[in-house]
Structures are given as structure tokens and as C-alpha cells.
Design a protein around this ligand. Structure first.
Ligand code: G3P
Length: 220
């Protein structure tokens, strides 16, 4: 599974990129607002830290506007920037045009398997189903990932990657792995939670204590 960071905070991106396992970054207008920085400058900096796909979202609501913004972002930003587009009829049409122009896309705000399939038909490189936001409504967001993965197994022509988004806790990631989702995008906090295990910490503490005694005995 690809692991993406869902943030526009460059300090967090540097921290997790240093682990050597960061595959990409997703941003959205809310994350750009939270960063307090200029949109294009912060995306360019993110793209210089992480080699993988960096999602930058269009904000036009009409197809022509989305295409224009997508082309401008591709022209002005590093090659690894991909264009994030909302799952609307206008977004599908823009996805098709940008795909035909050889531009990678991430169709976002997916809340049904039918939406995911339509985005795949438009040529999306990634589709982003939002797990946590479905959980917030009292339904089970993971069911959507299962439905999309079932759909993908029914139609082998689909090459679009399923990018699980709106991840709120480590169990979401583990369940996505079991379902075979291609990618998960998550906040830095979830990366840290996934790596942390009290038995690793306790085991290491024991090894280091014993090693100090080996050194003390002159046997290192
Ligand atoms: O980047 C899109 C998605 O991951 C947003 O998550 O936590 O705002 O629902 P959240």
C-alpha cells in the first residue's frame, strides 16, 4: 500500500519523509488555509520534499475553469504535482480532458461506489473515498472501501487507484490494507500511531540496558 500524508504542513512532511516510506502528499483548500501560506508556494515546497504524487486541488466549479486551473498548475508547479478534482459532473468532464492531455488526477469527495466507478471511467489516476466523514454521519465508511474494491474486482479494465482518505485512526488504515486499497492518505499523527508499539519500546529499553552491561564488561 502507498502511504500518503494528508497535510500542507511542510514540517510534518519533512518529519515523515525522513522515515523513507512516504509515497505522496494530498492537500485540499482547507489544509492550505490551515497552513496560512501561499497555495502555489507551499505546494512547490511540498513537491521538493516528496518525490511522489502531490495533490493540488482546483477550486473552479465549472469544467472549463477546472481545466484551465489544472493546466496552469501543471505548467507552474513541479512535475510530480497531480490535479485534484471534485466528483461532480463538471469534475468528471475536466478529468477526462486532463487525462487525455496526459495529466494525472485525483477525483475527490467520493461517497459511493457508483461515483468511484464514474471517476474511473473518466480516467482518474486516483479516486478518494472519505471514510471518516461517512463515519461522522453514523454510517460505516469502511463499507464504502469494501464496495469500491468489490467493484474493481468485477471490472478488470480499471487501473484507477483507490486512495482511502479522511482517515481518523490507525484501525482505518489496517482495514484498508486488508481490503486491498491501493493508497491511504493520513495525518502525521496516524503515521506516528501506526509506528508506535509499547512492546517495541520496552524491548528496546531492555536491549539497551543489557548492552550497557556488555560495554561495561569490556565485551563490546
Ligand atoms: O484530503 C481529504 C480528506 O482526507 C479530508 O479528511 O479529516 O477533513 O475528513 P477530513
Amino acid at each position: 500500500m502507498e502511504f500518503f500524508l494528508d497535510t500542507a504542513d511542510v514540517d510534518e512532511i519533512r518529519e515523515i519523509a525522513a522515515w523513507g516510506i512516504l509515497d505522496g502528499v494530498t492537500t485540499n483548500p482547507s489544509l492550505i488555509k490551515k497552513s496560512g501560506r501561499d497555495f502555489k508556494k507551499v505546494v512547490a515546497e511540498i513537491a521538493s520534499i516528496c518525490d511522489g504524487p502531490i495533490s493540488a486541488e482546483v477550486t473552479a466549479m465549472d469544467t472549463a475553469g477546472m481545466i484551465e486551473q489544472g493546466l496552469a498548475l501543471k505548467a507552474e508547479l513541479p512535475d510530480n504535482v497531480i490535479i485534484k478534482i471534485p466528483c461532480t459532473p463538471e469534475g468528471l468532464a475536466a478529468t477526462k480532458v486532463l487525462t487525455e492531455a496526459g495529466i494525472d488526477t485525483n477525483v475527490t469527495l467520493i461517497f459511493s461506489a457508483a461515483q468511484a466507478l464514474m471517476a474511473a471511467k473518466a480516467g482518474a489516476t486516483y479516486v478518494s473515498p472519505f471514510i471518516g466523514r461517512i463515519d461522522d454521519t453514523g454510517h460505516d465508511g469502511m463499507t464504502l472501501i469494501a464496495e469500491i474494491m468489490d467493484t474493481w474486482s468485477n471490472y478488470h479494465w480499471i487501473t484507477t487507484k483507490v486512495l482511502a482518505a479522511s482517515i481518523r485512526h490507525p484501525t482505518h488504515v489496517l482495514q484498508c490494507i486488508q481490503l486491498g486499497a491501493h493508497t491511504a492518505t493520513m495525518p502525521a499523527k496516524i503515521f506516528r500511531q501506526l509506528m508506535k508499539h509499547p512492546l517495541t519500546d520496552r524491548g528496546l529499553e531492555g536491549f539497551m540496558k543489557d548492552w550497557a552491561e556488555v560495554e561495561k564488561a569490556g565485551n563490546a
